[in-house]
Design a binder for this molecule. Structure first.
Ligand code: GLU
Length: 424
């Protein structure tokens, strides 16, 4: 059985593909050359399972998506108090390149350019060269992604050649003594950070590392403290979407960060990381299709952070009883997207090759729509592969047993599924 998750993701891409609204960013000449039709999405669970649909391996520059990560690195290296001395943690409600400083001349928002230039300057300390600082950032982001990331020097040069606005921000920050480097060096260092090249799969894994409290879920490396991840996600939730952050939180409810090259990254704490790429942007600077994908994911997959649906923090598989012929998966807790993903992941592992499969829902406390739908689709796929499937559902938790192909999920009595040799 192949998990249906990439198929759901592909369905979402099909829904948003007709939307050709928005414009590719052209204030950085090299970004204007992007193919506007490229579209991709990836999801990584906090346990490190990566799924994608569309252009999963298309590379693009991180741009502003680098900002929350470098902010996290600064928090990790220097602690919150030191970071707050130079940059606040308030939404500024302004555009990304606004000349935006607080009353004491500190930038208030670390995720728009003024704040991000300051955060970049913190890395490696005031005596660092641009080269060393950039290498520290590149190597940190590479550990988050689980592979060596590279800087797209062409995009970087194109931005440096036209960086009047960021230079003016850096001059102003230097005039107030907030940064020490020359404006040129500060902007060069920041622009190199923005020009690190990734694909949606990298971003989903990096995001899942934040979701997972700083442990990279694929390599297992401990990279950030859980407190740092919490602070970073809190700042993303209020400051991450330029001046659309409030509406975003209400409509989508996934802490997120967008970038002008068309990437969009979202993190659901403790659950998963999501990333999309589509270069056409709305006037706020956020990817049009990316926003739409996130809205669909939030609504259809029940991912809104403020959802009042009950969640039980237990691993959804209580026990697996298995012989060569059959397997019973005893499930528990509330089955939402994340829980269903974990169950389907286990089910698709090679260790189950039996001819009979049952899912036991006796200890399941509830489902949301997508959780139920995903499990039914998984069962349907097993049946299609010739496996005899059934559910053990004495408390009728599965209600509406119709599968996505219109047929009914067969219901088994618990006794139908006694593991051979285990007595009564
Ligand atoms: N490097 C870009 C700039 O400073 C990043 C902007 C963004 O992605 O919001 O203009």
């Amino acid at each position: 059985m192949k998990t249906p998750i990439p198929y759901y993701l592909a369905q979402i891409l099909d829904k948003v593909r007709p939307n050709e609204g928005g414009e590719v960013a052209d204030y950085i000449p090299e970004l204007a050359t992007a193919d506007p039709d490229i579209l991709g999405v990836a999801v990584c669970s906090a346990t490190g399972h990566v799924y994608h649909a569309g252009a999963g391996e298309h590379r693009f520059t991180m741009q502003s998506i680098s900002k929350p990560f470098v902010y996290a690195l600064a928090l990790q290296e220097f602690g919150l108090a030191a970071v707050r001395e130079v940059v606040g943690m308030e939404p500024s409600g302004e555009a990304f390149n606004e000349l935006s400083l607080g009353g004491d001349h500190r930038p208030v928002n670390p995720l728009i350019n003024a704040g991000a230039i300051v955060v970049n300057q913190l890395i490696d300390g005031v005596d660092s060269t641009v080269e060393d600082r950039v290498e520290t950032i590149r190597s940190f982001l590479s550990r988050m992604a689980g592979r060596e990331l590279e800087i797209d020097e062409q995009v970087c040069q194109s931005e440096v050649d036209t960086a009047e606005r960021n230079l003016s921000l850096a001059h102003m920050l230097r005039s107030y003594g907030i940064i020490q480097d020359t404006a040129h060096d500060a902007v060069l260092s920041y622009t190199k950070q923005c020009s690190i090249s990734v694909d949606v799969r990298d971003l989903a894994v990096m995001s899942a590392t934040l979701a997972n409290g700083g442990q990279q879920p694929v390599t297992g490396e401990m990279i950030l403290d859980a407190d740092v991840c919490r602070l970073t996600l809190a700042v993303m939730s209020s400051c991450g979407m330029y001046d659309g952050a409030g509406r975003w939180m209400a409509e989508v409810g996934i802490p997120a960060k967008s970038g002008v090259s068309g990437g969009l990254l979202g993190t659901l704490p403790g659950q998963l990381g999501v990333a999309t790429f589509s270069p056409r942007l709305n006037p706020e600077g956020n990817s049009v299709r990316g926003e739409e994908i996130f809205k669909l994911l939030s609504a259809d997959m029940g991912l809104h952070l403020m959802s009042t649906e009950r969640r039980f923090g237990v691993y959804p598989i209580r026990e697996i009883e298995q012989t060569a012929e059959e397997a019973i998966f005893y499930l528990q807790g509330h089955i939402n997207f994340t829980a269903a993903e974990a169950v389907l992941y286990e089910l698709q592992q090679d260790n189950f090759r039996g001819a009979r499969l049952a899912l036991d829902f006796e200890q399941v406390t509830g489902f949301n729509t997508i959780g139920r739908r995903m499990l039914k689709e998984g069962l349907r796929r097993f049946r299609e592969a010739g496996v005899d499937v059934a559910v053990i559902d004495p408390r009728a938790r599965m209600t509406n047993l119709e599968m996505s192909d219109g047929t009914m999920v067969p219901v088994a009595e618990p006794d139908d599924y006694q593991i051979a040799g285990e007595g009564t």
